[in-house]
Design a protein around this ligand. Structure first.
Ligand SMILES: Cc1cc2nc3c(=O)[nH]c(=O)nc-3n(C[C@H](O)[C@H](O)[C@H](O)COP(=O)(O)O)c2cc1C
Length: 438
């Protein structure tokens, strides 16, 4: 089935430290020493741009996390993307910004500045954040309740959009004998809400894209509702095609009910890939990383997920039988994923630990470039995905493999662009620029 032009695949690179596999930093040639070095991130962005990807993406958290467990956060994303924008020309630059910890004015200003610096390549992943350890760095004892976080997020987005619109596109006159900017086209917003009071206008002119592109990645009822009303692209989590189809159907229907065109919003599940010139070589890459996992610690963590002692489980033997989901009394989300992995892949204990250590519940594809392109095509053609958020298990090798080996196959099949056709991230995603309100 040939793809219509508007259904071409979208690909993002989700950049995380030395890669998405928890043991990636332990490889002898890992970039562990470079994760505070901006040239490392510039190189990753250039590799992704060589593959004509839509965007690179940074997640973000506001707590240091467990420093023994390997690299988590280092450079602040918007600061890093600012430098990366100067090392690239076309690729989109997506940053997470939390609606729980920032104020709308601060977020609008940072994102608008980066949109100007990058010539219109910015995306904003709106998150409500998750952990009390983050909240305690911002004057709270714990996270505000989930419902309240999303109410605040709704109001936050509204205020940010209005701040971006506080300048008209035609505000500047640059008339050396007259006025610099037209005061009638730079207006306060006078936002008076439950969580924020924002007078405006913003102190940065309207972004190049009008509005940087809004991304959303929450999967709860409230997260999906926010996505339906506001998201222009979505990062999702799906273990297999059928779970992705369920999510895809639900969110696209919600977007339609919100009066928007569901085809305009790209849904991109996370995708972990191990690419090899043979399937055997790809599996060897996966095994090599899995073998670097510290076993005692990983077995202890698995024990917490399945609520039983796993410390004496034989690493290279099949995973012992586990009780069905209905009988499990702990948190069911991750346990359900573990049961699905066991059911469909029949892994050894070591393989299960590896799967959980690389992307957890995200889809994993292991094989030759053609095999991976086949499965990508299958998801794309069967309403499972409009594209993927690539989560290479190790960096930089994982994205080099994908760009050099999988992208050419996707291009030959007419599924993916051979060169950039647009200047902005909105353009890459086929999204219109919002009109200036005044
Ligand atoms: C690909 C992806 C990236 C995410 N990045 C972040 C992040 O950087 N920071 C964050 O706090 N949450 C992040 N999340 C989590 C969600 O955006 C959301 O906050 C979380 O799932 C809780 O919301 P929910 O209850 O609606 O699912 C991410 C989720 C996905 C799927």
């Amino acid at each position: 089935m040939a793809s219509a032009p508007d259904r071409r695949l979208h690909l993002n690179l989700f950049i995380l430290g030395c890669g998405h596999h928890k043991a990636a930093w332990r490889r002898p040639d890992s970039p562990a020493e470079r994760i505070g070095d901006i040239t490392y991130f510039e190189e990753l962005a250039r590799t992704a741009e060589r593959g004509c990807l839509d965007a690179v993406f940074f997640a973000d958290g506001h707590a240091a996390g467990n420093v023994d467990g390997g690299p988590m956060w280092f450079l602040e994303p918007l600061t890093a993307l600012s430098a990366m924008s100067r090392a690239t020309e076309r690729i989109g630059l997506v940053s997470t910004v939390s609606s729980t910890f920032y104020t709308p004015f601060h977020a609008a200003r940072l994102l608008a500045s980066l949109d100007h610096i990058s010539g219109g390549r910015v995306g904003w992943n709106v998150v409500t954040s998750m952990f009390d350890t983050e909240a305690r760095n911002h004057g709270y004892d714990h996270m505000p309740p989930h419902q309240e976080r999303y109410e605040r997020a709704e109001e936050f987005v509204e205020a940010v959009l209005r701040l971006w619109d506080s300048w008209g596109d035609e505000a500047f006159h640059h008339d050396r004998d007259g006025i610099f900017a037209d005061p009638d086209l730079v207006r306060p917003i006078d936002h008076r809400g439950r969580y924020f009071q924002v007078e405006g206008p913003l102190n940065v002119p309207r972004p190049v894209q009008g509005h940087p592109v809004l991304f959303q990645a929450g999967s709860s009822e409230q997260g999906r509702a926010l996505a339906a009303r506001r998201a222009e692209a979505v990062y999702s989590v799906a273990y297999d095609l059928s779970s992705s189809q369920d999510y895809y159907r639900d969110v696209k229907a919600r977007i339609a009910r919100a009066g928007r065109d569901p085809r305009s919003v790209a849904i991109m599940p996370g995708l972990v890939t191990y690419v090899g010139s043979t399937e055997q070589e790809a599996r060897a890459k996966q095994r090599e990383l899995d073998e670097l996992l510290p076993t005692e610690e990983s077995l202890q963590q698995l024990g917490m997920f399945v609520e039983q002692d796993c410390t004496d489980w034989e690493l290279d033997a099949p995973v012992p039988d586990l009780p069905p989901l209905e009988e499990f009394t702990g948190p069911k989300g991750r346990y359900g994923t573990i049961l699905r992995i066991i059911d469909s892949e029949r892994p050894t204990v070591r393989q299960l630990l590896g799967r959980l250590a690389a992307g957890g519940g995200h889809c994993t594809m292991v094989g030759t470039p053609e095999q991976i392109a086949d499965r990508i095509t299958e998801w794309h053609e069967n309403a499972g995905a409009d594209g993927f958020n690539l989560m290479p298990p190790s960096l930089p090798g994982g994205i080099e493999d994908f760009v050099d080996q999988v992208v050419p196959v996707l291009q030959q099949r007419g599924l993916f662009r051979r060169g950039y056709e647009a200047e902005t991230l909105r353009g890459h995603l086929g999204l219109a620029r919002p009109a200036s309100p005044h």
